[in-house]
Design a protein around this ligand. Structure first.
Ligand code: HEM
Length: 558
């Protein structure tokens, strides 16, 4: 009874104290934000408050139902993770190219004009990464994800050297092999409601091969092998378990997971982390020895990183190599897999686009067996396949972006002639979802998924030659799929090769369509899929289709 009374008193005191503290912080932040002279909207809880991220979507959904127009307020518009996805460019249309969302914790400055975004992204020293937000990536050691300044530069240079031709060749070969098995598997199923599981398997297998030299045959969701109890985890099982539970590992840390009083699932996760670390140590030692003995070994991300750090002695410690290998996996696995999911659904609703890519694939690859497909000669000609990736990322980017001013105040010269005086600790967001769909830059059909907008042709004749087609280079910062500036995505080419090889392989031999419901026409089913993409996309850690299993697809041989 006494405990209950104390607990009640604590809650009764803590809630008003927290609310008062938040109100004071909000008031202070608002006073600072107003001085910038741009529209300011107040959000009562910060978007990235961990507790709020769990409930904010549901709270906003409930509030939207309020009658008499009360459902349209700053909380339902701007105060949940991923609020910019349904709004697209509307927030900037209403509030201007620059506006502020002010919470008790932070001032968030949003830039909606590509020239302002370019000016900001060019100045990495003034607008760095917020390492406080990315520090949790350092589960297995310090990594590029949280590094700053000279430390980041050194890491980035070494990691850049890992993305070399031999690694790209591995990505190309493995993606083709995996995609062939994926297509066969999907075609063997009467309906497919595991697109997300299967594309994750594909991207994990490509990453295992190109990252660590470990090869795995593709297994579809329903044919995946059941793990025998008591057997030690394979490298892939360990990595898969880590990536599937990465948020929990990053929040709790690997050591905490070993606590004996935690439920068994946590111990399993700890075992996965230990096994993964042991595999990395084994590979590291093997490569170090090979390097010392002057032996040549296969170039993959891990061996390249070890070699580069051996050549530049002291440039990267063992734990930094492990930290960065985890970040490669984390940054390169789900990003690609989620992009593939949207691609499959968009293509299911657009059979003509499937024919359009098939025409290119037949033209470029013809009847040559897959072993003869050539990365250097064929990839630059698979422009329509690449346009599918660009157009999908234009409308749905899995990765959010935010910089900040850290401890320093700075200024930003805006394209409209104004100079913004930005205070320290301000988050600065390139509104990529907005610019990537803004009709000012993408035309009146900016919300339509139309990959052909990325293809330009010099041929004037009525029957254009595929070889004359060129990929569009959009105006700078109107497309930020892989970000821009010095801190853009180092895995861009890796991802493009994987995506182009997968699309070419799958849509050379197979086609995809929605599974129609009783009495539904194919046209209505296609529209349903497009609506599903829009309504079902949301943000967890990354932006993704949340429940693709609710909208089954059918794959058939062409
Ligand atoms: C479709 C796939 C991908 C997309 C859309 C994507 C997108 C991005 C974006 C937007 C950023 C910048 C994030 C920020 O500014 O906060 C980024 C950073 C990064 N990406 Fe990717 N990425 C993809 C695939 C990959 C792959 C395959 C790898 C590695 C194999 C990779 C490794 C990284 C790393 C290490 C960073 C941090 C770079 C730094 O801080 O210097 N990404 N990615």
């Amino acid at each position: 009874m006494a405990i209950l009374a104390i607990g009640g008193a604590v809650v009764l005191f803590a809630i008003p104290a927290y609310t008062l503290h938040s109100a004071i912080c909000l008031f202070q932040n608002y006073q600072i934000a107003r001085k910038l002279g741009v529209p300011v909207r107040i959000i009562p809880v910060d978007h990235i408050n961990p507790l709020w991220t769990i409930v904010s979507g549901r709270v906003a959904g409930l509030l939207k139902k309020l009658p008499f127009g009360l459902g349209d307020n700053t909380i339902t518009r701007y105060n949940y993770l991923g609020f910019d996805i349904p709004l697209r460019w509307k927030a900037h249309e209403d509030l201007g190219d620059v506006f502020i969302l002010c919470s008790p914790a932070m001032i968030w400055l949003y830039l909606g004009h590509p020239d302002d975004i370019t000016s900001m992204l060019k100045r990495n020293a003034d607008f760095p990464h917020n390492s406080e937000l990315t520090a949790m990536l350092d589960v297995f050691g310090p990594s590029i994800g949280s590094a700053q300044g000279a430390h980041w530069k050194k890491m980035r240079k070494l990691m850049g050297s890992c993305f070399n031709d031999p690694t790209f060749e591995l990505v190309w070969r493995e993606s083709i092999a995996q995609a062939k098995a994926l297509g066969q598997y999907w075609c063997s199923q009467s309906t497919v409601n595991t697109v997300d599981h299967d594309t994750r398997t594909l991207s994990l297998n490509v990453m295992s091969r190109a990252g660590f030299g470990k090869s795995y045959a593709f297994k579809g969701h329903h044919e995946a092998q059941v793990k025998l109890k008591g057997t030690s985890l394979s490298y892939k099982e360990a990595l898969q378990s880590i990536l599937e539970n990465s948020i929990m590992i990053m929040v709790l840390g690997t050591k905490f997971l070993a606590k004996p009083w935690l439920p068994h699932a946590f111990k399993d996760l700890h075992d996965a982390c230990t096994a993964f670390e042991a595999y990395m140590t084994e590979l590291y030692e093997k490569e170090k020895l090979a390097s010392a003995e002057g032996r040549v070994s296969e170039r993959n991300l891990m061996t390249s990183l070890v070699r580069a750090s051996q050549q530049e002695k002291g440039s990267m410690s063992e734990s930094e190599i492990y930290g960065n290998m985890f970040v490669f996996n984390f940054a390169g696995h789900d990003t690609t897999a989620h992009t593939f999911v949207w691609i499959m659904y968009f293509l299911a609703a657009n059979p003509k686009v499937q024919d359009w890519i098939n025409e290119e694939v037949e033209h470029v690859l013809g009847t040559r067996p897959e072993q003869e497909w050539d990365l250097k000669a064929d990839l630059p000609r698979l422009k329509r396949c690449l346009s599918i990736v660009f157009e999908t990322l234009r409308l749905y980017s899995p990765v959010g972006m935010a910089k900040w001013t850290d401890r320093n105040a700075t200024t930003l010269q805006l394209v409209d002639g104004r100079t913004l005086h930005i205070p320290p600790k301000t988050m600065v967001v390139p509104s990529h979802i907005s610019v990537q769909s803004d009709p000012r830059f993408w035309g009146p059909d900016s919300l339509t998924w139309r990959p052909s907008r990325w293809i330009q042709s010099e041929s004037a004749s009525d029957s254009p030659n595929i070889d004359d087609e060129m990929l569009l280079t959009p105006r700078r910062s109107t497309f930020l799929g892989w970000s821009d500036g010095v801190r853009d995505c180092p895995g861009r080419k890796f991802a493009q090769i994987e995506a182009a090889a997968t699309i070419a392989t799958v849509f050379k031999d197979w086609r995809v369509s929605p599974v129609t419901r009783p009495g539904e026409t194919l046209g209505a089913a296609k529209q349903r899929v497009l609506d599903f993409i829009e309504e079902n996309t949301g943000q967890v850690l990354l932006v993704q289709l949340l429940h693709p299993e609710r909208c089954p697809l059918r794959f058939e041989k062409r």
